[in-house]
Write a protein that binds this ligand. Structure first.
Ligand SMILES: C[S@@+](CC[C@H](N)C(=O)[O-])C[C@H]1O[C@@H](n2cnc3c(N)ncnc32)[C@H](O)[C@@H]1O
Length: 311
């Protein structure tokens, strides 16, 4: 079995099985990361097949380029956000693609690179930027945003019930000294939250700040509007979401596109004329097997969904 130092691809077999339907097709991996999924996609394509890989993190692009070197004539890698998908396709003069993969969030490399400040279990500068070239860091948000704004971030993006108390404690702490590290922030959370819940609260607070500074929900909203115009008829999109905010947004998007009719249920025939644009191929979200969970506990929260464009 292959060893993954950068990131172990989640639900690898399931992703390939749902996504790759045309061996000579064009596929977009919007979240290249360590290229685990991309490598497997390429192995399932013939020499006509093409893979476009996108990641906002320069390190991921560099790593993936080395890992995919034996396919160098069949790949186009771009360092940018996936909200640029349509314009990348226009630049490459590609009208539509056979499949789009979205494996959201951060990679294991992000968590394990302590200096990038994503983990509440170690002490490092409060950073949390996926693209280290971007301006806003977690340190700026934690020290310079009002406590009311922080509370809103913790509630909205972390669904954290101690949001108000944690924001107030941050405000108190930063009046004495600037909060510069992940360890300091974790310590403040631990002071507020009851012992048994402290790890989960820390995870939620860190997640909320990360989602906020990387504008992850806007990115997702944006790419969802591009998926159908970029897919060929019968092309597929596979999504892997790791938190309920993202999974809910994807689920609602799919339901709306699969069942857009707005006629009252008692009307015998549809009068609104809104026709389904997609078929949902995963009636319930797919989750990892016991075996995958044991091998890769970081896969535990994933929900995989897949759609096929039908009109
Ligand atoms: C879960 S990892 C993907 C892992 C990958 N599937 C693999 O097999 O190694 C998510 C990756 O997507 C990137 N990413 C997250 N949001 C992005 C966005 N809006 N635009 C481009 N890349 C993004 C992150 O930098 C990270 O490398």
């Amino acid at each position: 079995m292959e060893e993954y130092n950068y990131h172990a691809p989640v639900l690898l077999n399931e992703v390939i099985q749902y996504l790759v339907t045309n061996r000579s097709g064009v596929y977009v991996d919007c979240t290249l990361g360590g290229a685990g999924h991309s490598l497997s996609i390429l192995k399932h394509l013939d020499q006509q097949g093409l893979l476009i890989g996108i990641d906002r993190d320069e390190e991921a692009i560099e790593y993936a380029r080395k890992r995919l070197i034996s396919f160098e004539n069949q790949i186009i890698l771009v360092q940018t956000t996936f909200s640029e998908l349509s314009s990348i396709l226009t630049t490459e003069q590609i009208k539509e693609v056979d499949g789009i993969l979205l494996d959201l969030g951060i990679s294991s490399r992000h968590i394990d690179s302590i200096e990038r400040g994503f983990s509440y279990l170690s002490d490092a500068p409060l950073d949390m930027r996926m693209d280290s070239g971007q301006g806003l860091t977690a340190e700026t948000v934690i020290n310079e945003y009002s406590s009311a704004y922080l509370k809103q971030i913790f509630k909205e993006y972390g669904e954290e019930k101690f949001a108000g108390k944690i924001a107030a404690m941050i405000d108190k702490a930063r009046q004495k000294q600037r909060i510069r590290t992940t360890g300091q922030l974790a310590e403040i959370i631990f002071q507020v939250v009851p012992y048994k819940m402290r790890m989960k609260s820390a995870a939620r607070i860190f997640q909320s700040v990360r989602i906020f500074i990387n504008d992850e929900l806007t990115q997702l909203r944006n790419i969802l509007t591009q998926i159908l115009p970029c897919l060929k008829l019968h092309g597929r999109a596979v999504t892997l979401a790791y938190n309920s905010l993202e999974d809910r947004m994807i689920k609602e998007f799919m339901q709306e596109k699969a069942n857009p009719c707005i006629c009252p249920p008692d009307l015998p025939v549809c009068a609104c004329g809104r026709l389904p644009q997609i078929r949902i191929l995963t009636r319930k979200a797919i989750q990892p097997s016991e075996e995958e969970l044991a091998r890769n506990p970081r896969s535990r929260s994933v929900r995989m969904r897949c759609l096929e464009k039908i009109a």
